[in-house]
Design a protein. Structure first.
Length: 395
């Protein structure tokens, strides 16, 4: 019999025993759907993390105090000195505190208050939705100007008409000069859940001292990131009097390193989840093997008749092996469709959309076919080795 005839015969047997076939394929369906769904979710998570990290700024270096030191190790003078280096597009020192922003006694929200410079928008890749960003005049004169993040504006019920009005930060009035475009984020470090004010205004009205929490640096296009990182590190060591054998009291984070680390972690988790889900495929394969062994026993007399009529052992082997592979393949197709539907629903709810990866479909298909072959060989060989005389006498 040709391969096509064997497949048609296998499908006809599946139709005659629909309930048994459905229960047999269930393990493969669950396994393939789990692999496709979990891998797709992992891909979506990676894309979301990459998007959020990329939205923090391009060619970004972030300088912060080391874990063993306090925030006073970095100062405004350090930021000014760094700005004098060549190859940098923008430098923005940052002071951050928690504050209460209000439009009235009944309409308040607690958020991050970031004191920074006019170059902060360029460093962190912020876009203004309404109004303007902090001007250089406002920064130089330490004016009480504020730019609202999208989440803060939403929490206060403010829209485009809020530009030019007044809000209070810890009871101190500030003029709203702009509202930012949403960047997307969640949790404590949500870039939309913050307000931006001139750095000098923060030190004058909200918190004293000259220490800064971080210094953001945007490296100019075409300039080597590592060379600029080394130049900044050397400058700060000289300014802080750190010897060649001493430990730095600062640390420099490279945005590309964060992206690479996040992608590595996400890929590892995706592989782990895919490996766990593949266990269901093994369970489904065992189910196929058990059902095929039962089928061999039930069809022993049929096998004997076929051998008596001239069927060879390899013909019987091919027939039962094709049936096992057909069971696994049909279950794999159903599982792929189910996995794609589930991953699309999860992607829609999570906000990263549907990510179709042909490689995942190819791997899932290959796995389902391999399950049929691996777990179908033994029952097929059992059928092929039956003695036709014994098989004909089987009741």
């Amino acid at each position: 019999m040709s391969a096509l005839e064997l497949v048609r015969l296998a499908l006809s047997r599946l139709r005659r025993a629909r309930v048994r076939a459905a229960l047999t394929m269930l393990g493969v369906v669950i396994g393939v759907a789990s692999v496709v769904g979990l891998v797709s979710v992992g891909r979506g998570t990676t894309a979301r993390i990459t998007q959020q990290l990329s939205s923090l700024g391009t060619n970004l270096l972030t300088i912060s105090p080391s874990g063993a030191s306090d925030s006073s190790t970095l100062t405004l003078d350090d930021a000014t000195a760094i700005a004098g280096l060549t190859g940098l597009a923008a430098v923005a020192p940052e002071i951050q505190i928690r504050g209460t922003v209000a439009t009235s006694a009944a309409n308040t929200t607690t958020t991050s208050v970031v004191g920074t410079s006019a170059q902060y928008a360029q460093v962190r890749a912020y876009d203004v939705w309404q109004g303007t960003f902090l001007s250089q005049v406002a920064v130089d004169r330490s004016l009480r100007s504020v730019v609202l993040g999208a989440t803060v504006a939403s929490n206060l019920g403010l829209g485009a008409e809020a530009v030019g009005t007044t809000v209070t930060i810890d009871g101190i009035p500030f003029e709203v000069v702009g509202i930012l475009q949403p960047k997307g984020g969640a949790g404590f470090a949500n870039p939309d859940d913050e307000v931006l004010v001139p750095l000098g205004t923060v030190t004058r009205y909200l918190v004293g001292g000259s220490g800064v929490r971080a210094i953001g640096v945007s490296v100019a296009d075409g300039v080597d990131m590592q060379s600029e990182r080394d130049a900044i590190a050397e400058l700060l060591r000289v300014r802080h009097g750190i010897g060649s054998t001493d430990t730095d009291d600062f640390q420099i984070f490279d945005q590309t390193q964060l992206l690479a680390a996040a992608s590595t972690i996400s890929d590892t988790l995706t592989l782990l989840l895919g490996g766990i889900a593949s266990i269901a495929l093994v369970v489904g394969g065992i189910g196929i093997m058990n059902i095929m062994l039962v089928s061999v026993r039930e069809r022993t007399r049929e096998i004997g008749i076929r051998k008596a009529l001239g069927a060879r052992g390899r013909d019987i082997l091919s027939q039962f092996l094709v049936e096992a592979v057909t069971l696994s393949a049909v279950g794999g197709v159903i599982g792929i469709l189910a996995g794609l539907i589930v991953s699309a629903l999860i992607g829609r709810l999570a906000g990263w959309g549907f990510i179709f990866d042909p490689a995942t479909i190819a791997v899932a298909t290959a796995f389902s076919l391999a399950v049929g072959v691996v777990f179908g060989v033994w029952p097929a060989r059992q059928a092929a080795r039956l003695d036709p005389v014994v098989a004909l006498r089987y009741e």
